[in-house]
Design a protein around this ligand. Sequence first.
Ligand code: ADP
Length: 603
Amino acid sequence: MSGGIFRRGFAFIAAAVLATAALVLSAGLAVSERAYVTSNAEGLARAARAAAAAFGAMPGGSDRAAVEAALAAALAKDSGYRITLVDAAGRVAVDTRAESAAMENHIDRPEVARALAGEASWSRRRSATTGEWMLYAASPLRGADGAVIGAIRLSLPLPALMEALGSAKTIFIVVAAAAALIALAASGAFVGSLARPVEALSERARRYAEGKAVAGAAPPAAGGGAAEGDRGLGAGAPAELRALSSSLDAMATELTRREAEAKALGERYSEIVASAAEAILALDANLCIVEANPAAHAMFGAKDASLIGSPVAQLPGGAALAELASRSIAAKQPTSDDVALYAKAGTTLRVSASPLGGALPGAVLTATDISVMKRLETMRRDFVANVSHELRTPIHLIRGFAETLRSGPAGGDAAKYLEIIERNAVRMERIVADLLQLARLERDPADWLHLESCSLDEICGSAAEAMQPQASAKSIKIVAELEPGTRFRANAGLVEQALVNLLENAVRYSPEGASVRLEGRAADGFVELCVRDYGPGIPAPDLERIFERFYRADKSRDRKSGGTGLGLAIVRHIAMAHGGSASTESWGDEGSRFMLRLPLGGP
Ligand code: ADP
């Protein structure tokens, strides 16, 4: 019985049993003592009445006193009582234990006083004469005329009486002690029978609470031997505790199931958040990060979980993020904005903030990198502006000269005006043709690109031949240096066009009499086609951008040169359609070199 509640319970029951036994015992003793004394006193009183009748019937005379004394002595001897006779004034006439002459007046003794008043009675008190506890019974003595002439009192020492009662008391105490012991043993056994199953239940509940055992897997309590169905309660466990045990198991099973459900749900949400492409940040009311998914860590260049706990304001662009979150919390509604990350130049985030309520006050930020979208948007705008700009000049010229021709005779200039109109119409046609070709090249190559086995010699030869008239016009020599017998899979027409575009630029930007080199070789699984010129070169800042549509290194000069500004964009798109690349390098006044790299086996 190790459980505190049961030890205390047993102590309580034991105290109650002992207190009850003591109360019952003392009440029983008091009642029995009283009954014993009363019955003895009443017997004494009856004897006193009988003696009074005998003494009262005695004839009077001079020797009455002696007769009374003798009779009293005889009665006392036979009965063991002390006998006292008093006259009507309370004076002691005869006493069988003491010298009557020496005894004080007994008028104030209660039983004597009542007897002298004509009424028999008894009392219990300590004797003034002998000092002993005594039981007294007195009865009036009446003369022949019925008048009270004195009283007779019988007395008995109480210790003698109590001695007789003593053995009865011993029996009482023994019986009471035995009853108390039986009650204690029975309650101990009962408490013990409750303690074991309750302790087993509490141990099981503790294990469930610690999550150490799941329902249905709890081991039987120490001591073993219990039937599987007992689950450690013991065979004699009360039905109520068995029901409690079943409920506990059912509750643990339910808790285990719900815990598993909650865990699975949590894992599912974590996976969803972790796999989201958008950066997700959960902020508390102080705008500190409490959750951040891997995309958020990647976006802000932080290691795994390192963002958690830090204020959002410390992130790159954090001031704007914090401001957005505060705004959303204050307005209690979602809000969004574009945030530029100056730490990562050219990076723009579209951030949405939604307020969180309830258990987790704060906000959730979701951020998407829209830099590419922004760039595309800028390119689209630039493109439209560039096309308009490129077309506006020839349109103006055509319109102007057409109006001039219409407004009157132009004389000898008419042919010149018509030539200008035609040249600009051709220019517009070329721009539109190049734009259309670019649009075609931008489609998925799988849908339109036809590959064939191409000979490096043939393609380069055709391109050089096509450029020959323009080159000759500027006395430019095209020098080819080609790896003989090189073949590769590509669309021959497109590769030739790319080479023509590059040669055209080389011839266009080279001074008269210069030479242009056309080189071709196979290397590392690629065919490399290079066009080298010794013209003015390309300023370093423009090197990467000259492949963009309409980009010109030297705006005024290049437009006059007659190009559309789309030649290199077409070259790059042809290279990309083949799974290759186009690049350039330049050495200032020493000219430039353009290179096409195409995979030998095709894309
Ligand atoms: P364009 O029709 O104007 O030549 P491209 O797209 O072919 O358009 O070329 C873009 C720009 O690149 C040109 O305007 C010019 O500034 C520069 N460029 C191209 N090729 C050369 C070259 N060989 N030497 C110097 N600059 C060149």
